[in-house]
Design a protein around this ligand. Structure first.
Ligand SMILES: *[C@@H]1O[C@H](CO)[C@@H](O)[C@H](O)[C@H]1NC(C)=O
Ligand SMILES: *[C@@H]1O[C@H](CO)[C@@H](O)[C@H](O)[C@H]1NC(C)=O
Ligand SMILES: *[C@@H]1O[C@H](CO)[C@@H](O)[C@H](O)[C@H]1NC(C)=O
Ligand SMILES: *[C@@H]1O[C@H](CO)[C@@H](O)[C@H](O)[C@H]1NC(C)=O
Length: 387
């Protein structure tokens, strides 16, 4: 991915760096990321069909395997840490893993489900598989690194010592909730949550067993606010929507998931004594953006920049479809930098930038540390038991 990375660096200079030059309080040399389309930087695109135009148009100026017009939150995290954007583990073309790897794939769930990419766009690379891929990645890159005769043979491999110093970022759960909603329904969804959280905790333990020490765990966003869902609502019953106009039942379940996740992270802090675990309240960050859309310079909160959705139609971003008998192409809006939702499900570059700014400074984390300060050496510096 060298050419892309060089290109990005140029683009980064041209558009101005969103963050001051990083001066990390500790050495965080790599990022290992796990998750779904919210942080997939090219995994599912490499494995199946890459998204076509207009994805990537705002920042990268071409499709780069991301479900957005530009950068994802994980890209802004990389910028904040002064590291290059992550190559997807599944990308065999010019990938560069010197500063980490991305195991996230669009459509991924925490628990394995009885669906596939061809049924409801579920990724075959569920979180447990992503952890397996990490294990293989770690073992094989360490072997190759040690076999190499000189640095020229190590040009895209991570340094073995960096696995322990790396930050392990996790953003997953939304697709598990969506799966539960469409199989057993929103009312019964609560009962499915404990198993999902158990599985997530088990994956974190496995990574810890492989030497991971610093975890940055995003909770799940307000799934009831997704504009694709909103576009289908006609004559909602009283109480069906919350004060933001989001589907309250779905958001209630997302909150329930997040409460259980938060409690489990607290538990994991005592179970995994050498780890520093940060719980990041992505739900609140995204909700603040949605409810303050206008004040923050965005268009109407449920506007979709790319794609056409109403009660009877779903023409996803970059696809062709028929509306009222005429063939239409779902292209993008005039100014994607003013819209929160890129495609009705995923956030725009501008929205991701706002969210990333909030969360990387520690405004939504427990403990409330900036991402550049979370490293095992700083364990105990702040109030880690804060629940
Ligand atoms: C998937 O299908 C198998 C076999 O029919 C069944 O045992 C299992 O419970 C199903 N899993 C889920 C999550 O529905
Ligand atoms: C991989 O990325 C690192 C850091 O950005 C860079 O120094 C190295 O030259 C790259 N390797 C290749 C093969 O492009
Ligand atoms: C399709 O036709 C209906 C009925 O004439 C109209 O109300 C609607 O706005 C049309 N939709 C689009 C996207 O043009
Ligand atoms: C840590 O946080 C808890 C709960 O907010 C509080 O009761 C306790 O006093 C704090 N401890 C320190 C050392 O700040």
């Amino acid at each position: 991915m060298k050419s892309i990375i060089l290109f990005l660096l140029v683009a980064g200079v041209a558009t101005g760096q969103p963050f001051p030059p990083p001066s990390p309080a500790c050495d965080i040399p790599a990022i290992y990321n796990f998750g779904d389309s919210n942080s997939d930087t090219g995994g599912i695109a490499a494995a199946f069909y890459p998204p076509g135009p207009p994805s990537g148009e705002t920042f990268f100026k071409r499709p780069v395997g991301r479900a957005s017009d530009g950068r994802l939150i994980i890209d802004f995290i990389a910028e904040k840490l002064g590291l290059p954007y992550l190559s997807a583990y599944l990308d065999s073309i010019k990938a560069n893993y010197t500063h980490g790897a991305n195991f996230a794939t669009g459509g991924a769930t925490i628990k394995r489900v009885n669906e596939s990419w061809f049924v409801n766009d579920v990724s075959p690379f569920s979180l447990d598989i992503q952890v397996e891929q990490f294990n293989q990645f770690k073992d094989r890159t360490i072997y190759l690194f040690n076999q190499a005769k000189d640095d020229s043979q190590r040009h895209n491999l991570p340094r073995p010592d960096d696995f322990m110093k790396a930050i392990y970022t996790i953003d997953i759960g939304q697709n598990d909730l969506a799966y539960v909603f469409r199989t057993i329904g929103v009312e019964a969804a609560r009962a499915a949550i404990p198993d999902i959280i158990d599985q997530l905790a088990s994956c974190i333990r496995q990574l810890y067993g492989k030497g991971a020490r610093s975890f940055w765990i995003h909770n799940t966003g307000p799934i009831g606010c997704l504009p694709v869902t909103h576009a289908k609502i006609v004559n909602p019953a009283r109480g069906y929507l919350d004060e933001n106009g989001c589907v309250s039942g779905q958001n209630l379940i997302a909150n329930e998931f997040n409460e259980k996740l938060r409690a489990r992270v607290v538990q994991l802090r005592s179970d995994l004594p050498k780890a520093i675990l940060t719980y990041v309240d992505m739900y609140s960050a995204k909700s603040q953006l949605i409810s303050n859309a206008k004040n923050l310079g965005f268009e109407e909160r449920f506007m979709i920049c790319c794609g056409y959705h109403d009660r009877d139609h779903d023409i996803y971003c970059g696809n062709q479809g028929k509306i009222n008998g005429s063939e239409v192409f779902a292209g993008s809006c005039k100014d994607p930098t003013k819209v929160i939702s890129w495609d009705g499900v995923h956030y725009s570059d501008a929205a991701n930038k706002w969210i990333a700014n909030q969360i990387t400074y520690g405004l939504f984390s427990d403990p409330p540390l900036s991402i550049i300060e979370i490293c095992p050496e700083n364990k105990g510096v702040s109030n880690l038991s804060r629940a």
